[in-house]
Design a protein around this ligand. Structure first.
Ligand SMILES: [Zn+2]
Length: 155
């Protein structure tokens, strides 16, 4: 059965392949899935898996994402405990909802990279936590400006 490429609309047919190994990358993690079959476009390289291979490829990708989330969750929990923070206080510091951290740590949600970066930084320099708490309690910029405006009026 001749197949046409849906990606590049090349007039050339897609050629069948079998038992090939594909690599999926997600963040820093990679996984290899061998024994995949399907069709490949000779013009643009677009791949179309057969039903069984497509299912295996998708499942491997999902497993990789879940494993990465769990790994990240475990890392965040370790750092939070090291800093002596509760999940609620960690969420207050990073601006998430009150249960954001328990969801990160269970691997249900991937935190923003700024949250991960902040925690990795605090892991290396835990003494910065007190500075972070100090800047968090400072007045927002808006109220500082209105104070300045008030000063200008009285001057
Ligand atoms: Zn193509």
């Amino acid at each position: 059965m001749a197949r046409k490429c849906v990606s590049c609309a090349s007039a050339k047919v897609m050629v069948p392949f079998s038992s090939e190994t594909f690599t999926i990358k997600y963040g820093a993690a990679t996984t290899k899935i061998s024994g995949l079959s399907g069709w490949k476009c000779v013009a643009c390289g677009e791949v179309e898996f057969d039903a069984r291979s497509a299912k295996r490829y998708a499942a491997a990708g999902d497993a990789l994402v879940i494993a990465q989330r769990k790994e990240l969750g475990t890392e965040l929990r370790r750092i939070r405990r090291k800093l002596g923070l509760t999940q609620a206080s960690a969420a207050r510091l990073t601006g998430g909802g009150h249960n954001a951290f328990s969801r990160y740590e269970r691997g249900e949600v991937i935190p923003m990279s700024s949250v991960v970066n902040l925690f990795r930084l605090l892991d290396k320099h835990p003494e910065l936590l007190k500075d972070l708490k100090a800047v968090k309690t400072r007045r927002p910029a808006g109220s500082a400006r209105s104070t300045e405006r008030a000063k200008l009026k009285t001057a």
